[in-house]
Write a protein that binds this ligand. Structure first.
Ligand code: ARG
Length: 402
């Protein structure tokens, strides 16, 4: 039987060419797999047909938007995942759900190998292949750009020679990856890290420079997950979509950083994640109100480690799974409402309300109703500072002795 290869297919030039390129280089049949993670653009049916027209023997398409939002974006929200304190893991969280569908398609169609369009310099090749190795250890991986010398110029020439039904003239200077959690833009003139991004880089956000009037939004959370916006029930996907729209209109969630890739390269990336950044701001503040101090401090460390693991392609690793269990446990009381003001590039918390708050008005107040016994503070401070005080006395004696 002819060998079969499943290819992660976007419908764009490179992966359209990859279908024939892989088939010619390996003699295998190629099955195209397109996964909708909310990247917008063409319909799955259009993409499916193009894959077949480009020579795929089968095309597998999946609307994974709800799955992606619920099972991949929500864990990132619960972790307040910001790589290098800035990047909400837009591409990093989408790879594992695509991998899941690639492996399912490989099993369904009897393929031995999984293929993707990544280069040999980025994180995404690692995320795809580590994911495939974990979910389908019997599967092999091949990346035509990296392993079969499929350059951009060759792709254009091939598409024209074979008359593939794909536009080759539109020369986009950027490499873009987008989904419902956000948008990542790199390469082109952005590689000079002194260059400011130009207007055409952005698509999910309007310029925050001349914002419309402020937009006030109330987000209801249940156990760390958004369940309503302004009192109307929403699914995780709807919550992200609605906030992408509203926070995007105010220019919220533009990020410009030089980041550390797993392969050792520093790279410059522009991100737009209006919904994700608004949700993280709201979720963090609700945690401040509802999570006990020591648990909260430790969770920050756990969230950071979780973020690095996911960035590094370890979504399906045992450690990531264990950290998920810890994070989920912390979310038990993260329920209530956060009011945000979206305006001029910022999502600012202006109110919080929770039945499970640890904020106690009577303990906090300086007005009447105070239940905190201030006389306890003196003894507490004495004992809390005692070990440092003893050490300091020793240090002074030692210094005098010298
Ligand atoms: N640097 C980001 C990451 O590794 C985004 C990569 C996405 N690709 C792109 N063409 N911008 O998660």
């Amino acid at each position: 039987m002819t060998d079969r290869i499943v290819l992660a297919y976007s419908g764009g030039l490179d992966t359209s060419v990859a279908i024939g390129w892989i088939a010619e280089a390996t003699g295998a049949e190629v099955i195209a797999v397109a996964v909708d993670v909310g990247q917008g653009g063409e319909s799955l049916e259009t993409i499916r047909q193009r894959a077949l027209d480009c020579g795929a023997v089968e095309a597998y398409v999946a609307d994974a938007r709800d799955e992606f939002a619920t099972e991949y974006c929500m864990p990132a929200l619960k972790a307040n995942a910001l790589y290098m304190d800035a990047y909400p893991l837009v591409s990093a969280v989408s790879r594992p759900v695509i991998v899941k569908h690639l492996v399912a398609a490989a099993q369904k169609f009897g393929a031995t190998t999984v293929s993707h369009g990544c280069t040999g310099k980025g994180n995404d090749q690692v995320r795809f292949e580590v994911g495939v190795q974990t979910l389908g250890p019997e599967l092999k991986c091949i990346a035509p750009v990296r392993d079969l010398a499929l350059t951009r110029d060759k792709a254009i020439a091939y598409a024209e020679a074979k008359n593939l039904p794909i536009v080759t003239t539109k020369k986009n200077p950027f490499s873009i990856d987008q989904n419902v959690w956000g948008r990542a833009v790199e390469t082109g003139f952005l590689e000079d890290i002194w260059n400011a991004p130009t207007k055409d880089v952005y698509d999910y956000t309007a310029s925050p420079e001349f914002p419309p009037v402020a937009d006030e939004v109330v987000i209801t959370f249940k156990e760390g997950i958004p369940v309503a916006i302004d009192g109307h029930a929403v699914t995780p996907l709807q919550a992200i979509e609605q906030l992408n729209h509203r926070a995007g209109a105010q220019g919220v969630g533009r990020i410009d950083i030089v980041e550390d890739r797993l392969v050792g390269i520093k790279s410059r990336e522009i991100y737009e994640a209006p919904g994700a950044m608004a949700l993280i701001a709201a979720h963090k503040e609700l945690e401040n109100v509802t999570i006990e101090r020591e648990q909260a401090r430790f969770k920050k460390t756990v969230g950071q480690r979780w973020t690095e693991l996911v960035y590094d392609g370890q979504w399906f690793s045992p450690l990531k799974r264990s950290l998920d269990a810890f994070i989920d446990d912390t979310q038990q009381h993260v329920s209530g409402e956060i009011r945000l003001e979206l305006h001029g590039g910022r999502a600012t918390v202006t109110g919080r309300r929770s039945e499970t708050a640890l904020y106690d008005f009577n303990l906090a107040t300086y007005d009447t109703g105070d239940t905190f016994d201030q006389s306890m503070a003196r003894g507490f401070i004495e004992i809390f500072g005692l070990s440092s005080k003893v050490a300091s006395g020793r240090d002074q004696r030692a210094a005098e002795g010298n």
